[in-house]
Design a protein around this ligand. Structure first.
Ligand code: GLU
Length: 438
């Protein structure tokens, strides 16, 4: 039976009556996100009356993605696109291909995009997409057919002015090229602005590939300065050595840091005197993981959390730093290259232990910032050189970091809560300005 509120009854359902798929229990990353929102509500003043908006994704699309496999069978994959909030502009956020991805995870990732885009003040809402598949077991042809069918299925809600996907875990510029082409074929246009992170020859931006790692390094260096940590000679441990961790590791090594430990899906390697990062990057490019790198010792995966280091960069998946391992971490500073790597419980332990956490919503915002530059360049069909891109990126990252740092000092809160204060205030202010329709 439908429950129609009687005249005069509150039209906004209380939090306790959230639909089941939005509730915190057993929802992994989405539950973590809801806790992060609860922590910021007391700082939102009058805008707190709109806070429920942040707990309800605007639009969730679940699609079936059937494809012909090379062996003649038909396989079905589950795809998602979640638009969490579009108050400040079109939806924006990546697409990941991963065998374990869940709707709750995509909802959280979409919500963190809303927050991230507001922290760096790019004119976007937040969105995220995924297909539940291990792309490594697909042939190139299967991967292309799967990408194209997924793009067609979500084509009803994406577009250069509606929602703009980009690369994320296990997706890259080739996949963006197929997405751009599929959308363009379906709409009878050449719509370069429908996705970002494209190949440079297809309306992509110079500097986009390195942008997330460059942003990680930029805010890391700013924070290090504030706490008197000297990068040169410092010890760095990195989890995930792809587009984010690999580039960040390279930039830290170039600044004189010793990258002593790296962990990825292949295992964990360690070298007391520091790994040769350019050689390691070459090895990962050739073999697909850090495992088998000759100039390092192998340590157990769990020992990664005990490594003696000054800076820890989780740059892989969510929920890596939990109440179980947060007490073991030696680093003075954690820079979240991944989205959602630290649970709220772990945040509390780290804060108590005086470990500075640079939250994902600012630390890894360099990627979407250069995605924004790409989108602007596509609209104007006028392209900037790499120095200009990097200079603009660094300016935005430093400005956003300074603002978040100041709010943290003023309110005596963590950098995560400060970033949420800045972002949620911006999001809910536009929510209020736009008003409710009808
Ligand atoms: N996937 C990246 C992120 O999590 C980039 C998203 C984008 O460029 O839209 O921030």
């Amino acid at each position: 039976m439908s429950q129609v509120p009687a005249r005069g009854e509150s039209a906004i359902a209380p939090a306790s009556s959230l639909p089941s798929y939005l509730q915190a229990d057993n929802l992994g990353p989405w539950g973590n996100y809801l806790q992060q929102v609860d922590r910021v509500v007391p700082y939102l003043g009058n805008l707190a009356r709109w806070a429920e908006t942040l707990k309800r994704p605007k639009r969730i699309l679940i699609v079936d993605v059937p494809i012909h496999m090379d062996d003649g069978t038909v396989a079905h994959f589950e795809g998602y696109r979640v638009q969490h909030n579009v108050s400040r502009g079109p939806g924006k956020g990546g697409v990941r291909f991963h065998q374990d991805v869940t709707l709750s995870e995509v909802m959280a990732l979409a919500a963190w995009m809303s927050v991230k885009n507001a922290v760096v003040n790019v004119p976007y809402g937040g969105a995220k997409g995924a297909v539940r598949v291990d792309p490594k077991i697909l042939s190139r042809g299967e991967l292309e057919r799967m990408t194209r069918r997924y793009t067609s299925e979500i084509g009803i809600i994406i577009g250069p002015n509606k929602d703009i996907p980009a690369p994320d875990v296990n997706t890259n510029d080739q996949i963006m090229a197929w997405m751009m082409d599929t959308y363009s074929m379906n709409t009878g246009s050449t719509a370069t602005g429908v996705v970002t992170g494209k190949p440079v020859d297809l309306g992509g931006s110079l500097g986009r590939h390195e942008a997330t790692g460059r942003g990680v390094f930029t805010v890391g260096a700013e924070a290090a300065r504030h706490i008197g940590l000297v990068i040169s000679g410092s010890r760095v441990a990195v989890q995930g050595f792809g587009n984010v961790g690999g580039v960040a590791g390279k930039l830290f090594a170039e600044a004189g840091a010793h990258v002593v430990a790296v962990q990825d899906h292949g295992g964990t390697i360690y070298r007391e005197a520091g790994l040769d990062v350019p050689e390691l990057l070459k090895h990962v490019k050739e073999t697909g993981s850090v495992s088998g790198f000759a100039q390092a010792e192998v340590i157990a995966n769990d020992q990664f959390w005990d490594v003696d280091c000054d800076i820890l960069i989780p740059a892989a998946l969510e929920q890596q730093i939990t109440a179980t391992n947060a007490g073991r971490i030696k680093a003075r500073m954690i820079i979240e290259g991944a989205n959602g790597p630290t649970t709220p419980d772990a945040d509390d332990i780290l804060q108590e232990r005086n470990v500075l956490v640079l939250p994902d919503v600012i630390a890894n915002a360099g990627g979407v910032t250069v995605s924004y530059f790409e989108w602007v360049q596509d609209f104007s069909s006028f392209f900037w050189d790499e120095d200009e891109i990097n200079a603009r990126l660094v300016k935005i990252m430093k400005g956003a970091f300074a603002a978040v740092w100041q709010v943290a000092q003023e309110n005596k809160v963590s950098l995560r809560t400060a970033a949420f204060i800045v972002a949620c205030t911006r999001i809910l202010h536009t929510r209020e300005l736009r008003g409710l329709y009808p």
